[in-house]
Design a protein around this ligand. Structure first.
Ligand code: RBV
Length: 419
């Protein structure tokens, strides 16, 4: 057994193994890729450092990377998202892993540093903290790393800025930008898992509530859709006119946060931007308002402002803190403003992570094969891969679709045909 790990308690390994097996039974696409990789060994000789939420789904990815021949060292990408049972199971089966629930900021970066000790050849990020650490502190290592991948919107944004400034030292695949990732994980995954997090932390009734979604991007859209499905009156806030217009035409009320703050019962931020809910908003909220965030970083809700307005605070339920304001009103902050779907629930369901992580796996295989000939920029995965993965996924769900005949294909590309 490996000792290159630090987890909360190795005794939880058996529970973690059961969780991972459950996820494996729901991730047929990734499992099929694993089966093939066992013989092909596409990651043989690769050392993969990963920094991504330690969940049962991530464990399925980690097992797949190892089955494909890679050595792996892992850390979590959020202080509150590690599932300690899963981390224990991974450590027990010999994976180098540094992750436990409730890390301090210093511990968070210590874990990342530990995963760099084996000098990775590939990096895998969710939010770009690992790749930033390599770029800021390990210049020699950055020069030898073949390439990296990035799982989420926030990370991809930052990496694109870095590449634009000529600061990126190795190629990165924007896994997030694959259609089989953002059009599914970000929408349907975030939609379900965020409501799951709010429900576990509150057990509140959604029907008839004013449910305020800040940001109508892919994540916000998914959350709004699912909240409406449970009978909530959904209000959206936006800064981008086209997104606001889409929300209006979907039938949601759209208004500035200053107004939404006064009437909302439940709030969730999904913007990637800081200070979306701040002092003046808390000051005008109704007694009992519930506030949460599903964006990658904990900056969307200004907790400092809330602390200043509050005269008392207590944990009323797990992942649910009651702040009593000076005038007696109570406001409930979920999961300390960290992503409520991973901190208060289990993240996205396995079925949807199946495609996200199949993309991760294929991106790493591509880097192992061709990474040395790529430029130091942010790449997208080829759109054909999306079609292949979607077809595989449909097959596992027992769904068949049509295919164009040769005649139909010829018609499609015939620009001489008209009325
Ligand atoms: N995410 N992972 C999970 N169950 O492992 N759930 C959500 C899981 C990822 C998701 O792909 C998103 O882009 C990212 O977490 C945000 O940090």
């Amino acid at each position: 057994m490996s000792t290159n790990y630090k987890v909360a308690d190795l005794k939880m390994a058996e529970q973690g193994r059961l969780k991972i097996e459950w996820a494996e039974s729901r991730m047929p696409v990734l499992m099929a890729l694993r089966e093939k990789a066992k013989t092909d060994q596409p990651l043989k000789g690769m050392r993969v450092a990963g920094c991504l939420h330690v969940t049962k789904e991530t464990a399925v990815l980690v097992r797949t990377l190892r089955a494909a021949g890679a050595e792996v060292s892992w850390s979590g990408c959020n202080p509150l998202s590690t599932n300690d049972e899963v981390a224990a199971a991974l450590a027990a089966e010999g994976t180098s892993i540094y992750a436990w629930h409730g890390l301090s900021k210093d511990e968070f970066y210590w874990c990342i540093e530990k995963t760099l000790e084996f000098k990775p050849t590939l990096t895998l990020d969710d939010g770009a903290d690992l790749i930033f650490t390599v770029h800021a502190k390990h210049h020699g290592l950055a020069a030898t790393i073949i390439g990296g991948t990035e799982e989420t919107t926030t990370g991809v944004h930052r990496l694109r800025h870095m590449a634009k400034d000529g600061k990126l030292k190795y190629p990165v695949f924007a896994v997030n930008d694959s259609e089989t990732k953002w059009d599914f994980d970000n929408v349907f995954g975030t939609g379900q898992s965020s409501l799951d997090g709010i429900l576990r932390a509150t057990s509140v009734f959604f029907a008839g509530k004013n449910f305020v979604v800040a940001g109508f991007g892919h994540c916000g859209r998914g959350v709004a859709m699912r909240a409406r499905g449970m009978g909530a009156n959904v209000i959206c806030t936006e800064v981008k006119p086209t997104q606001a217009l889409k929300a209006v035409l979907e039938g949601y009320r759209v208004m500035p946060m200053d107004e939404a703050a006064k009437i909302g019962d439940i709030f969730i931020t999904a913007t990637g931007v800081k200070d979306i809910i701040k002092g003046n908003h808390f000051a005008s909220m109704k007694d009992g308002a519930i506030i949460s965030n599903t964006g990658h970083y904990d900056v969307e809700i200004n907790i400092g402002d809330l602390e200043k307005l509050a005269k008392a605070k207590r944990e009323i339920r797990p992942n649910n803190e009651e702040y009593t304001l000076k005038d007696g009103r109570r406001v409930y902050l979920l999961a300390q403003g960290r992503l409520v779907n991973l901190a208060a629930a289990e993240g996205h369901p396995s079925e949807v992570m199946d495609m996200s992580f199949a993309n991760q796996f294929l991106a790493l295989c591509r880097l192992a094969k061709d990474g040395k000939s790529l430029d130091k920029k942010v790449y997208e995965l080829p759109p054909e891969q999306d079609q292949e993965l979607a077809l595989l996924k449909l097959g596992t769900m027992g769904v068949k679709i049509d295919a164009l005949t040769a005649e139909q294909k010829a018609y499609e590309s015939d620009y001489s045909a008209g009325t």
